[in-house]
Design a protein around this ligand. Structure first.
Ligand SMILES: CC(=O)N[C@@H]([C@@H](O)[C@H](O)[C@H](O)CO)[C@@H](O)CC(=O)C(=O)O
Length: 286
């Protein structure tokens, strides 16, 4: 039961994201993509497929190349350049954890150094890595160490830390926020965009939220955020997990995106269907 990667569905999935969700920027091999459960070879194949199938359709492909092994990260970073990715991101190693922010910066620097022309992002996701260093500490002096550093993907709930990351922006960094249920608060803090698991099927909703905010319509942005919260909270009460998210993606896209790989277990399909139903009612679909 190794649960193989199905490359053949990616082209259709790109079309679904672009045409049905209005999502034109993707983050490949992240958490939802189960990158840490994949081999280096599988990750390369996925990146090649996304870059090829996304050509002329996607505006930006950022590739997560984080691994426990620095060598594997470097191999994936070099590969992302060859595949034509627009940027790379790295999480903190999590089995042997960096003892402090300086050690993590050094690790990031070694990865970025092999792909100096590619925009580089630090991917902060303490709930998964168990590395609870402040992102703002990791960013200290990072510009001098990594000339290609372009920003942060922040998948944490600590808006104090997030705010401090934004207030130290030298001007050319981008901030992508990754807790879908509180995106609006992060946007108020200064986030530039969002990367999250639920945008696989609520991409069009979050695009409407962003557009409402751009127009200065805070009331509408709140309404949309509250609807997203209602769906995510309902999912949480039904055991929201990566497996459920994946099943939701299958239910809502109609594509065979498959179950997760061990050690994760597939979710109860009836529960995912109940959440999909909730999504339709909360967003007013018929
Ligand atoms: C821990 C986790 O999976 N967080 C998700 C969120 O989108 C999360 O599922 C959502 O906010 C619901 O809590 C993302 O930050 C993950 C993500 O961006 C990725 O797939 O790389």
């Amino acid at each position: 039961m190794s649960r193989e990667v199905n490359l053949s569905v990616i082209g259709q999935y790109v079309d679904y994201l672009v045409l049905k969700q209005g999502v034109r920027k993707v983050f490949v091999n992240g958490t939802t993509g189960e990158s840490v459960s994949l081999s280096v070879e599988e990750r390369k194949q996925l990146v090649e497929e996304w870059c090829q199938k996304g050509k002329g359709k996607l505006e930006e492909v950022i590739v997560h190349v984080g691994c426990s092994s620095l060598k594997d990260c470097q191999e994936l970073a070099r590969h992302a350049v060859k595949a034509g990715a627009d940027g790379i991101a790295v999480i903190s190693p999590s089995f042997f954890k960096p003892p402090n922010a300086a050690a993590l910066r050094m690790f990031l620097q070694e990865v970025a150094a092999v792909a100096p022309a590619l925009p580089f992002y630090y991917y902060h996701i303490p709930s998964m890595t168990g590395v609870h260093l402040l992102a703002s500490d990791v960013l200290e002096g990072i510009d001098e160490m990594i000339p290609s550093f372009r920003g942060l993907k922040f998948s944490g709930s600590d808006l104090l830390d997030f705010g401090q990351c934004i207030s130290c922006n030298p001007g050319h960094w981008t901030y992508l926020y990754g807790m879908d249920e509180q995106l609006l608060a992060a946007l108020a803090m200064g986030a530039d965009g969002a990367v999250g698991s639920t945008y696989n099927y609520m991409g069009s909703t979050v695009n409407r939220l962003l557009a409402a905010l751009d127009k200065g319509d805070l009331a509408q942005a709140r309404t949309l955020q509250f609807q997203m919260q209602e769906i995510i909270l309902f999912a949480m009460k039904n055991g929201f997990s990566l497996a459920m998210n994946k099943q939701m993606m299958c239910e809502l896209s109609g594509l065979p995106l498959g179950p997760p790989r061990l050690p994760l277990l597939p979710c109860d399909v009836a529960k995912a269907q109940a959440v999909a139903q909730k999504l339709h009612s909360a967003l007013g679909h018929q």
